[in-house]
Design a protein around this ligand. Structure first.
Ligand SMILES: [Zn+2]
Length: 378
């Protein structure tokens, strides 16, 4: 990604005025849409390689096969499990026999990212079928690779966004609720990150300055979440697909994805660097880290136009963290807070804000968030 960013910088270090838009080619969402998979894949290729989470294969494998067969497609099905490492992608590639002209990823974030790795290596288009709504990864071209210790080691990238994304809300509604809660945390931050990036001199994952559409969509995304988030989570716990759940799933996967790819990321996502390896916090999903990171970003930026109290009340209402203790890092030591801040300050998006985001400033913002959680101030 660094090379893409530098590609749009001229010799004087000034970002060119070109700005680039990214989005998936097609997006379908609704209860039962999994059964349309064959028809959608047939528009993209004739010999699909299906990379599917092994547990998801047990639940939905026969439906997937039936849908692909009904469209006249003979698929090669590769069940996967475990973390997204170079080894996991290489061993999945080893199982590929013969030619495949489209890669279909089915499952949670890990299966989809392994599928993206396979698609990137084979230079094939990709179709995403998320079975949880835990983040915006299904619509995006970027995927995250981890080392054997679970640390983010590099970002990979498909040449284009997924050709199609299929989101079966009846499947999403049956997943453990922590996934949807995580998705809400990941998506809520996008509005403030896009604003941060636009107000500063930030660069999006397209390697250009943001287009207006990123912030516009991320703002609509956060409105939907603040309006329908609590109801949607209640509905998902009950396993019911309601209009509110549909709206929130669209916000979490589609709006959040377009918002971040075109609006840019900022401090909220920088904070995930340290939290994903921190004491206790490492056990929590990405969106929980982003939610806490959002509070740190808002404390750091101290933007008069943002009602931080409203954000804090919403996070509490939907079960997202507002203090490190909520991420199982109770009574954080000075060294632990410093480690979080140093990791955040080393993330590439740290430059995407208009305020000073040095490790020292981030330490002060973390302390402020912790103190406000204790006193209820905003
Ligand atoms: Zn994210």
């Amino acid at each position: 990604m660094a090379s893409r960013v530098s590609a749009v910088l001229d010799g004087l270090g000034v970002v060119r005025s070109v700005r680039r838009f990214a989005a998936p080619g097609q997006y379908l969402q609704g209860p039962g849409v999994l059964d349309d998979l064959g028809a959608v894949v047939a528009d993209v290729g004739t010999a699909p390689i299906v990379v599917i989470d092994a547990a998801v294969a047990d639940l939905f494998g026969s439906r997937v096969q039936a849908s692909l067969a009904s469209a006249g497609l003979r698929a090669q099905v590769l069940p996967v499990s475990g973390p997204v490492t170079r080894n996991a992608i290489a061993s999945t590639l080893d199982l590929v026999t013969g030619g495949g002209d489209v890669v279909v990823g089915i499952g949670g974030g890990k299966a989809l990212d392994i599928a993206k790795g396979v698609a990137a290596h084979l230079d094939r288009p990709m179709v995403s079928v998320p079975t949880v709504a835990s983040n915006d990864g299904p619509t995006a071209s970027v995927f995250a690779l981890y080392d054997e210790l679970g640390r983010l080691s590099e970002l990979g990238r498909l040449p284009t966004n997924p050709a199609a994304v299929l989101v079966d809300t009846a499947v999403i509604a049956k997943a453990p609720i922590r996934f949807l809660i995580s998705g809400v945390g990941d998506a809520l931050a996008k509005r403030y990150e896009a604003r941060s990036c636009a107000r500063g001199s930030g660069v999006t994952t397209q390697g250009t300055r943001p287009l207006a559409i990123g912030e516009v969509i991320a703002t609509g995304c956060s409105r939907i979440l603040l309006r329908d988030g609590e109801t949607a989570i209640r509905d998902a716990i009950a396993g019911s697909v309601t209009p509110e759940l549909e709206a929130v799933v669209e916000a979490v996967i589609l709006l959040s994805g377009i918002g971040y790819e075109n609006g840019g990321l900022s401090i909220a996502h920088c904070m995930t660097r340290g939290l994903q390896v921190g004491r206790g916090s490492a056990r929590h999903l990405h969106g929980y880290h982003v939610a806490y990171g959002l509070l740190v970003q808002l404390a750091l930026e101290d933007d008069a136009e943002v009602d931080r109290g409203e954000i804090r009340r919403f996070l509490t209402a939907v079960g997202l963290p507002t203090r490190l203790a909520d991420l199982d890092m109770a009574d954080p030591s000075a060294a632990e807070i410093e480690a979080l801040a140093v990791a955040a300050a080393s993330a590439p998006h740290v430059a995407n804000t208009w305020v000073d985001a040095s490790a020292a400033s981030i330490i002060a913002a973390i302390r402020q968030v912790e103190q406000e959680a204790d006193t209820g101030d905003n």
